[in-house]
Design a protein around this ligand. Structure first.
Ligand SMILES: [Cu+2]
Length: 374
């Protein structure tokens, strides 16, 4: 009740003293930072003012007519049917208004759908519950996971400034360049949305939707998945960092070197301790959402891995379910989502953590061979 009273008070205050509270009480949409978002914003304003003008004229005439011709003034109601002139007017005027509104709206839509002549192409894939970004012309890609600590989510820690709007690896794009996004999904329908860009595109398995943006101001822009996609729908934010071209070029070069290093790591001889350390990290980012940090799962939906038959006995089945997933369940195929090193590490981790002390390890090479045999 008190909260409601406070909010009502704030609203009333806001209406009475707009200047004072405008800073944190904005009723209007925000114009965003791209050409498209600004076009959408001005379209919204034009249409809004057309509606306001129509409202003022229609209600003005109506209230004035009612008032000026009231019964106490001795007016007698007219009693006629069909007036061709009036009927033609009230058809033509709205028609003209609609056409006037459709012209700028169509121009904006045509512009939004024009994905030609892009400078950078990025494939965006929605997963339960993260985004994958692949730089098509550059031959590398990565996953972008929520980075808000579980302790904040579970109210064991105060919530941070960008609570649920922060990720480990943001999408990096150059400023002033046309960036084309090819949007799709791997499991269920998601939707990639960055309000400041005026970009929102459904990510549908089996389809590729295109959209684009050009950001002129360097900065960090945040958005969210905006299609109800399951349990952690609210936990797959979008973070885009627009950086100057030189910075972007350096970053791309680094990513390519890192991707090459990762491929080399597959051939290295790994020790148990190294795999366990890496496996724990990979497990916390990729698996803990369902199987929990301590491997206890959330049965019956998500099985426990601690003491699970697959995790302590059948090694082949263990590799198979992690690499290929299990169709028809939430257990997705991680074969393409994680590197060979991370796959080997996470499987080794599961076979030895939480008292699953099998002492067995899987090497990245074995995973590499396993994948190639398929
Ligand atoms: Cu989603």
């Amino acid at each position: 009740m008190r909260v409601h009273a406070q909010r009502a008070g704030a609203l009333l205050g806001g209406l009475m003293f707009p200047a004072v509270s405008l800073a944190d009480w904005t009723l209007n949409m925000t114009p965003g930072v791209t050409g498209t978002s600004n076009e959408i914003f001005s379209l919204h304003m034009i249409i809004l003012w057309i509606c306001v003008a129509i409202g003022v004229v229609v209600f003005g005439v109506m209230f004035w007519s009612i008032f000026a011709h009231r019964k106490s003034q001795g007016y007698k109601p007219a009693n006629f049917h069909e007036n061709t002139l009036v009927e033609i007017l009230w058809t033509i005027i709205p028609f003209v208004i609609l056409v006037v509104m459709a012209i700028p709206a169509t121009a904006t839509l045509v512009d939004m759908y024009d994905t030609t002549e892009s400078d950078v192409d990025i494939k965006v894939t929605g997963y339960q519950w993260k985004w994958q970004y692949e730089y098509i012309d550059e031959d590398f890609g990565y996953f972008s996971n929520l980075s808000t600590p579980r302790d904040q989510i579970n109210n064991r820690q105060a919530k941070g400034k960008n609570y649920l709007l922060e990720v480990d690896n943001p999408l990096i794009i150059p400023v002033g360049k046309k960036v084309r996004f090819l949007v799709t999904a791997n499991d269920v329908i998601h939707s990639w949305w960055v309000p400041a860009f005026g970009v929102k595109k459904d990510a549908i398995p089996g389809f590729i939707n295109e959209t684009w943006t050009r950001v002129d101001e360097p900065g960090t822009y945040r958005g969210q998945c905006t299609e109800l996609c399951g349990k952690d729908h609210g936990f797959m934010p979008v973070v885009v960092k627009a950086v100057p071209q030189e910075e972007y070029d350096t970053w791309v070069a680094e990513q390519k070197v890192a991707a090459e290093k990762e491929r080399e790591l597959t051939q290295k001889d790994w020790t148990m301790a190294e795999l366990m350390e890496r496996g724990e990290k990979a497990y916390q980012t990729a698996c803990a959402a369902c199987h929990q940090a301590d491997g206890s799962g959330a049965p019956p939906a998500f099985p426990a891995l601690k003491g699970s038959k697959i995790a302590i006995e059948d090694m082949a089945a263990h590799i198979d379910i992690v690499v290929n997933g299990k169709s028809g369940t939430a257990m997705q195929a991680f074969g393409n989502q994680l590197s060979e090193v991370d796959l080997a590490a996470v499987i080794t981790y599961e076979r030895n953590a939480w008292g699953n002390n099998t002492g067995e390890m899987v090497t990245p090479k074995e995973i590499f061979d396993y994948k190639n045999e398929q």
